[in-house]
Design a protein around this ligand. Structure first.
Ligand SMILES: Cc1cc2nc3c(=O)[nH]c(=O)nc-3n(C[C@H](O)[C@H](O)[C@H](O)COP(=O)(O)OP(=O)(O)OC[C@H]3O[C@@H](n4cnc5c(N)ncnc54)[C@H](O)[C@@H]3O)c2cc1C
Length: 415
């Protein structure tokens, strides 16, 4: 099919969909929408070369099975699959510094479900590059980089954004995938609800001499959760959430002192460990947009919901927004509807708002319940974990949840 034929709607506008934000969710939406025949213009303040640098972002993502299916559907998975580590098991332990892990442990094993690994660990550097490369190959996508959106307007059934360079881009719909402090939401008058946790995540990667066996570990420590997540080869990603002050200390001390601080919590189950690469910090907080839609406008990803990484679900939730929005817009166009109309956008909001708010608030509750040393709460959560672990039906429910297989899955995530 040639490009003109694939671009189903030809209108006197620059593009069908304007996406502000070329982080992770923006490119996923650009690819899904372009493959459905929409022309897309995606704008990011940062240069492509900068976003492609291997040290641009130190995170690695626990991508649920449903997110992997989306990446397969939009043609990105093959570029990351060799560097993706299957997550075969998850072990969750309530720990207290100096005392080691409590005997109560949650253990989720992918062997209890039929679909395969619950998810895959993928490093940001591989995922971001794969998105950028795939977008460069897609003729229906125009990438504007080193361009910052400074204002937006809706007029005569048309959305437009003005860039700092003075350029104006027009389209049928504007999508904000511009992160936790979404200017797109703010300019549209969409208020946010949220708070900081007084916690910062210190993120780095470690090499160890024993194999991790594809097992992800989460230790709940009084200052915040410590996650040790399997990467390819004998490497793990460490996400250590601590109070802001402690995190600043941890991020700035030398490698030897950092490893000395890490060892009592980390333990020795992976043998000798050493750091590879830099340490990165991410202040943690909850931020929920009070609406996912506005006049010719939709929000996806962190622009809609920024949550605590305790359950590794932020990007997974964003990718589900992407798959849902792409499906809603594509169905609307097939019915001859205006893709920017409120009745179309309300379908997207109805599909995603309750799910994302519930997930964000659940991560908030988990973090409050686990990030403290209160003996009563400690006893309650240990009994809770023991109970979930002992009831196979409940345990399988959690495994399916972690794999992203529950709820109303968009077609791109059904496999
Ligand atoms: C420590 C940590 C670990 C995590 N681990 C996981 C995990 O294991 N699994 C998981 O699912 N999620 C995880 N997450 C969540 C995940 O990282 C985020 O949900 C995801 O990165 C959000 O991507 P995004 O594209 O929505 O936003 P962002 O990555 O914030 O992208 C926003 C983009 O918008 C651009 N932008 C902003 N304003 C403008 C403007 N005016 N004009 C032009 N461009 C603009 C910015 O330059 C940026 O590139 C983790 C988060 C943290 C902090």
């Amino acid at each position: 099919m040639d490009n003109l034929a694939r671009r189903v709607i030809l209108r006197p506008m620059d593009t069908d969909i304007i996406i502000v934000g070329g982080g992770l969710n923006g490119p996923a939406l650009a690819l899904a929408a372009a493959q459905a025949g929409f022309a897309v213009t995606i704008i990011d303040s940062l240069a492509i070369d900068r976003r492609k640098r291997p040290d641009f972002d130190g995170r690695s993502y626990a991508l649920a099975l449903s997110s992997k299916r989306l990446l397969q559907g939009i043609g990105v998975w093959d570029a990351v699959s060799d560097d993706a580590q299957p997550m075969l098991e998850i072990k969750v332990t309530d720990g207290r510094a100096g005392e080691g892990p409590s005997p109560w442990m949650l253990h989720f094993d992918h062997a209890e479900i039929e679909e395969g690994p619950m998810g895959f660990m993928v490093e940001d550097r591989h995922l971001r590059r794969a998105f950028l490369d795939a977008m460069a190959e897609e003729p229906l996508i125009t990438q504007l980089s080193k361009e910052t959106v400074v204002s937006q307007a809706i007029q005569n059934a048309q959305a437009s954004v003005t860039l700092a360079s003075g350029k104006v881009v027009t389209g049928h719909i504007l999508v904000g995938s511009d992160g936790r402090r979404s200017g797109t939401a703010e300019r549209a008058g969409i208020k946010r609800t949220g708070w900081g946790y007084g916690q910062t995540a210190v993120v780095c990667a470690a090499v160890h001499d024993k194999p991790h066996g594809g097992i992800a570990h989460q230790f709940f420590m009084p200052g915040g959760p410590l996650a040790i997540l399997p990467l390819t080869e004998n490497r793990s990603s460490i996400v250590w959430s601590e109070t802001d002050a402690r995190a600043t200390e941890l991020a700035t001390m030398n490698d030897t002192d950092f490893l000395d601080a890490l060892r009592p919590a980390f333990g020795s189950f992976l043998g000798q460990i050493s750091l590879t690469g830099a340490r990165f910090t991410y202040p943690l907080g909850l931020t929920l947009a009070n609406s996912l839609i506005g006049d010719r406008l939709a929000l996806v990803g962190d622009a809609a919901h920024g949550m605590h990484p305790i359950a590794g679900q932020g990007l997974n939730a964003g990718l589900r927004d992407v798959a849902a929005l792409a499906e809603v817009l594509s169905d609307a166009r097939a019915r001859g509807e205006d893709i920017g109309s409120l009745q179309v956008l309300e379908r997207y909001q109805l599909w995603r708002r309750f799910d994302t708010a519930t997930l964000a608030l659940a991560t908030d509750t988990f973090n409050r319940l686990f990030s403290n040393d209160n003996p009563l709460l400690r006893a309650a959560r240990d009994i809770g974990m023991g109970a979930v672990n002992a009831i196979p039906g409940l345990r399988r429910g959690f495994i399916r949840e972690a794999a992203g297989l529950t709820g109303d899955l968009p077609k791109l995530m059904q496999g």
